[in-house]
Write a protein that binds this ligand. Structure first.
Ligand code: A3P
Length: 316
C-alpha cells in the first residue's frame, strides 16, 4: 500500500472505538470488532471483491465450527472428495485453511486489488465479515453463502482456549476467563458481537433460503450425514450413493484431521498460528466444564433477549 494510503488508514483506525482483547486492541468498524491488521483487508474486500454467480462463500463468527466446514465444502465440491482413493485427498497434505482462502486474512491482506483471474471456477472463499459488511456483489450475485454457528456458550469456551493457546505461544499470559466472559457478553471479540453476527445471517437466510444455508454446529454433531447431504444439495452437488456421504463425513472428521501430520505440526503462514490449535475437543456442551451458574444464566438471558422474536434458538 502507498504511504499516503497507510497514513489515511492509520488516521481512520485511530478514530475508531477501541477495546483491549487478549493482550491486543480491537477496533470497532461499522458495528463489528477487528484486529487492526484485519481491518484494512476487510475494508478492501468489502469494497472491491467481485463475486461470480458460481462462487461459494463460507461465513461465520469465530470458533463456531468453521474449520469443519472449510474441510467439508471443498470435499463436496471437488470430485476427488467422493472417490474411494484416499491417497488423493487434498486434506492429507493441506490444513483446511489452505483449501478455501479467507478474503480478509489471505486474499486481500497484501493487495487491495488482487488479481483473481487465474482462479478456477467454482471459486471457494471464506470470510468472518458480518452480513452488513459483505461485499455488495456477494449479496446481489447468484453465489451461495454457507453460514455456520454454534451455541454461544461453547463458542465462548472455544474462543478462550484458542486465544490463550495462541498468545501463550507468543509468551503472553493467559487472559482470565472471567474477564474474557465479560468482554464476550459486551460483544467485544474479533468479528463480534456474536449475536449481531448470527442474527444478520439468520434473518437473511429466512428471506432467501436458496441463497444462504444456515447451519448449526450441534446439528452437524447430531446428524453429520444428514447435514452434509443437505449441504451438498444446497451447493448443487447432491450425492448419488450413501458411501459417498460417509466418505466425506469421515475424511472431514475431527478424529481424522487432528491426527494428520500436517495438522499436528504445520503452521498457518498467514497468521503464524500452529494448525493444531484449530482442533480441540469438538463436543457439544463443553461449557458445562467451565461455566459457573451465574455465567450460564447471564449468557442464556442475553441470548434469549437478543434473539427474541427472531425464531432463532442456539441453546443446548
Ligand atoms: P472446541 O474448541 O470446542 O473443541 P473454528 O473452526 O470456527 O475455529 O471452531 C473451532 C471449533 O471447532 C473447536 O471446538 C474445534 O475443536 C472444532 N473443530 C475443528 N475441526 C472440527 C471437525 N473436523 N469436526 C468437529 N469439530 C471440529
Amino acid at each position: 500500500m502507498e504511504s499516503s494510503s497507510v497514513d489515511k488508514l492509520s488516521a481512520l483506525i485511530n478514530e475508531l472505538p477501541k477495546q483491549p482483547w487478549y493482550g491486543a486492541d480491537l477496533y470497532n468498524w461499522k458495528g463489528f470488532w477487528y484486529r487492526p491488521h484485519h481491518l484494512s483487508s476487510t475494508m478492501a474486500a468489502s469494497s472491491n471483491f467481485q463475486a461470480k454467480d458460481d462462487d461459494v462463500i463460507l461465513t461465520s463468527s469465530m470458533k463456531t465450527g468453521t474449520t469443519w466446514m472449510k474441510a467439508i465444502i471443498p470435499t463436496i465440491m471437488n470430485p476427488v472428495g467422493r472417490t474411494d482413493d484416499d491417497s488423493l485427498d487434498p486434506l492429507l497434505k493441506h490444513h483446511p485453511n489452505e483449501l478455501i482462502p479467507s478474503l480478509e486474512i489471505q486474499v486481500y491482506s497484501v493487495n487491495p486489488h488482487p488479481d483473481l483471474s487465474n482462479m478456477v471456477s467454482p471459486r471457494l472463499f471464506r470470510t468472518h465479515m458480518a452480513y452488513p459488511l459483505l461485499p455488495e456483489s456477494i449479496k446481489t450475485s447468484g453465489c451461495k453463502i454457507v453460514y455456520i454457528t454454534r451455541d454461544p456458550k461453547d463458542t465462548f469456551v472455544s474462543t478462550c482456549h484458542f486465544m490463550n493457546s495462541v498468545i501463550a505461544a507468543r509468551g503472553v499470559e493467559p487472559w482470565p476467563m472471567s474477564e474474557a466472559f465479560e468482554s464476550f457478553c459486551k460483544g467485544v471479540h474479533t468479528f463480534g458481537p456474536f449475536h449481531d453476527h448470527v442474527l444478520g445471517y439468520w434473518k437473511e437466510s429466512l428471506k432467501r433460503p436458496e441463497k444462504i444455508c444456515f447451519m448449526r454446529y450441534e446439528d452437524m454433531k447430531k446428524d453429520p450425514k444428514g447435514e452434509v447431504k443437505k449441504l451438498a444439495c444446497f451447493l448443487g452437488r447432491p450425492f448419488e450413493k450413501d458411501q459417498e456421504v460417509e466418505k466425506v463425513v469421515w475424511r472431514c472428521s475431527l478424529e481424522r484431521l487432528k491426527n494428520l501430520e500436517m495438522n499436528q505440526h504445520g503452521v498457518d503462514p498467514w497468521l503464524g498460528i500452529d494448525y493444531k490449535h484449530y482442533f480441540r475437543r469438538g463436543i457439544v456442551g463443553d461449557w458445562k466444564n467451565h461455566f459457573t451458574d451465574e455465567m450460564k444464566e447471564k449468557l442464556e438471558q442475553l441470548t434469549a433477549m437478543k434473539f427474541e422474536g427472531s425464531g432463532l434458538s442456539l441453546g443446548y
